[in-house]
Write a protein that binds this ligand. Structure first.
Ligand code: CMP
Length: 139
């Protein structure tokens, strides 16, 4: 059975705009249960480590700049088939391409300042969950 936990991050653009509550309510309305969350301001080395898979991409420096521009809110979410459902709920990376009613269509500013991150596989959900929440593999 597909995994029941995934990681989301409400990014600095959405957090600074006061959208954390609305976005969390949107996710809970899609039957995601909030397992745990924190609010933190990523350091440069944390942001570089989290997005290391993108380090050769032309947008990497700008992405790190954005992700360190203010507090963000990582959270662990639970529901059946969590990774796929969350990816569907948040919509495409670029809000211009995100389906109507998705989090990014509603709240994202641009392809970079796109309001929310979600893990893209069960394996990355475990890796990214452990990045922010010690012992998350026990939940
Ligand atoms: P996220 O789902 O967190 O995964 C990597 C992030 O890099 C992505 O959301 C965007 O914020 C950013 N990103 C991806 N592609 C681009 C791009 N072409 N230009 C700028 N930022 C991008």
């Amino acid at each position: 059975m597909a995994g029941r936990l995934t990681l989301a991050i409400i990014k600095p653009d959405a957090f600074a705009a006061g959208l954390a509550g609305q976005i969390l309510a949107h996710l809970q309305a899609q039957d995601f249960e909030l397992v745990t969350a924190r609010v933190l301001w990523l350091s440069r080395s944390q942001a570089e480590a989290f997005y290391a898979v993108h380090e050769d991409r032309p947008f990497f420096a700008s992405l790190v700049e954005f992700m360190t521009s203010g507090p963000c809110m990582p959270m662990l979410l639970r529901r059946d088939d969590a990774v796929a459902h969350l990816r569907g709920t948040i919509g495409a990376t670029d809000p211009a391409e995100a389906a109507e009613g998705t989090v990014r269509a509603l709240y994202a500013e641009s392809k970079e300042r796109n309001a929310i991150h979600a893990s893209d596989s069960d394996e990355n959900a475990r890796i990214e969950g452990s990045f922010f929440f010690a012992g998350c593999d026990r939940t």
